[in-house]
Design a protein around this ligand. Sequence first.
Ligand code: F0G
Length: 448
Amino acid sequence: IKTIIEPFRIKSVEPIRWTTRAQREELLKAAHYNLFLLPADNVLIDLLTDSGTGAMSTNQWAAIMQGDESYAGSRSFDRFRNSIQDITGFKHVIPTHQGRAAERILFGVMCKKGDVVPNNTHFDTTRANVKFTGAEALDLVIAEGKQPASTHPFKGNMDVAALEALIQRVGRERVPLVMLTVTNNSGGGQPVSMQNAREVAAVCKQHNIPLYFDACRFAENAWFIKLREPGYENHTPKQIAQEMFALGDGCTMSAKKDGMANIGGFLCTNDDLLAQQEKDLLILTEGYPTYGGLAGRDLEAIAVGIQEALEEDYLRYRIASTAYLGKAIAAAGVPIVQPPGGHAIYIDARGFLPHIPSDQFPGVALGCELYLEGGVRSVEIGTLMFAKAAQMDLVRLAIPRRVYTQSHIDYLVEVILEVFAHRGQIRGLRLTYEAPFLRHFTARLEPI
Ligand code: F0G
């Protein structure tokens, strides 16, 4: 049997709402052609993000009822810590309300002005939190990772020679830590190989620099290693994840991704002194170290969810479903970042709409048209988000976990191909309002 089915049956359903094209035209106008400004009720299929948008399992909901809301020493924290330690092996587990809170604390303790923090590619929040300490955030992804058409199996890999050269150039004292983002979200959701992680860890060890993982999508990364890296065919995703974490000194994690939860995150480290400093900061902004910014029930949902993310049936369906979407539209000529990533498909809007120059926001134009055509919400990662620094104009279709079925994906393919068929008629946009920073969230635009 070749058909891939969802490895679950549905026990609770949430209706999604149809709108007419005329309604969507009005709604889009009222939202100033910025999909962030749309009320979510008017979106049929929401691919804005895979973060915190997943469906929880019956076991997670059952665990939620077991939540211990004690301020200190809650047994939910014990379950949370034990589950995370089972996978990561790290000595200290510090809960936070989401990933960026873990980043803020980690960089706040480890970085200072003049430092440099290399990563394969920093996600926006890690970049911003590194910069906030006065340090510099540097991206050292391999050359293939920047070429949308390259089908290298591990486009998230770090350029090890560039890392070595950087340490030689600036000196070990100025590199407080090295980060590896698995999978590499800002680079198309592409995986990092075990071999690469091992080489990066060896360089770090040689210079006595700690290695941290930005572990948001560690389970998807483990599955890609199982599929693509010789020697791992017979390993379980959990064994692969354990092996990778064993190469590092700690991690930050947004449990809103492969934690399978709607909120939460954590920070791990093997360093006792650092853990103490981190907990002191945690108490200042997040809460007591046995709950971070979370309720006991959230800790329970994560303790169960992070194990479910490693189940083979789930990962097989997850990665196959994303790849199915990517392959179906690419086969019809739609330019996408290859190969399909774990959590999302990225359409190359400059290739899709060659008649719209970058300063007329081809990514925004395509996102708006996908909404008009089928009520689909995506996110622009391009000139609106990064202004002149944008190297590409991409439209990300991020797939929430366990939420949409194969027929939803088939519907998406149809919507995208319909828009592709009349792409010549799509017009660019101009800005009518922009905030001084992070302008994409609140920008207003109008068609030209
Ligand atoms: N690191 C990576 C690689 C991420 O993708 C994200 C969030 C974070 C850190 C921050 O985690 O949101 O819990 O504070 N990515 C979401 C996205 C927002 O849509 O890609 P957070």
